[in-house]
Design a protein around this ligand. Structure first.
Ligand SMILES: O=P(O)(O)OP(=O)(O)OP(=O)(O)OC[C@H]1O[C@@H](n2cnc3c(O)ncnc32)[C@H](O)[C@@H]1O
Ligand SMILES: [Mg+2]
Length: 215
């Protein structure tokens, strides 16, 4: 991947496309996604790990197009839910899940625990309660169909799940993810701030570092 290239990202998530387009634009690269190739078949994300799913998405699309493809499998691991929703983050609230229905399900599951008498561990000044520690995980896989090889990297960011949403930026679970370091939710960060600390931003920095040192 170098300046002037177009990077194919095997995703149908508009939020991911925006973040990759923002990150690669700074390096002089354009991004295209599955929205630009609507006729490719869906890939079943049945891997047990984020890394396995990322490899599967990258390989399916890379083999179909005959060119290198980057895939991202990511999700949220919530400590008080024993790591759920994890690799099931996209369809946590069912097959026709949306970001809103997934966020509602997450709060429902955590509030069930509260009914069992488990204490919330902190309250913010506006009354928002922090319900559990959590982390976002991102696994990236860059697949080259010419030689069948993968370059891979992972990134993580730790935070806390809030009792009510805040912020309009980002996507997915961002409005419920509190960053004590910034005293804001992930959805209240600018694109650059999110890239600097997020699971995806960190995984991408690691991947690019690896590719550079392999040159
Ligand atoms: O598989 P593709 O087509 O890439 O798109 P997807 O939305 O299905 O993506 P995943 O399978 O990787 O599932 C990721 C889930 O985790 C959530 N997620 C991933 N990254 C996130 C981020 O940066 N902020 C908030 N939520 C995120 C996202 O909303 C999904 O529910
Ligand atoms: Mg998916």
């Amino acid at each position: 991947m170098r300046s002037g290239d177009t990077v194919v990202v095997a995703t149908k998530n508009a939020g991911k496309v925006r973040e990759f387009a923002h990150a690669f634009a700074k390096l002089g690269m354009d991004v295209v996604s599955m929205f630009d190739y609507p006729n490719l078949p869906d890939v079943e994300e049945d891997g047990l790990t984020f890394a396995e799913n990322a490899r599967k998405k990258a390989k399916a699309v890379g083999d179909a197009l005959g060119q290198p493809v980057l895939a991202d499998d990511s999700g949220l691991e919530v400590v008080r839910l024993q790591g759920e929703p994890g690799v099931y983050s996209a369809r946590y609230s069912g097959e026709s899940a949306t970001d809103a229905s997934n966020n509602a399900k997450l709060l429902e599951e955590l509030k069930k625990l509260d009914a069992g008498g488990v204490e919330r561990f902190q309250t913010l000044e506006d009354g928002t309660e922090l319900l559990s520690e959590a982390r976002f995980v991102c696994a990236l896989a860059l697949y080259d169909p010419k030689d069948g090889t993968f370059a891979e990297a992972e990134g993580y960011v730790a935070g806390d799940i809030m009792s009510k949403p805040r912020g309009e930026g980002g996507f997915g679970y961002d409005p419920l993810f509190w960053l004590v370091s910034h005293h804001r939710s992930m959805a209240e960060l600018t694109k650059d701030e999110k890239q600097a600390i997020s699971h995806r931003g960190r995984a991408l920095a690691r991947l690019l570092e690896q590719l550079k040192s392999a040159e």
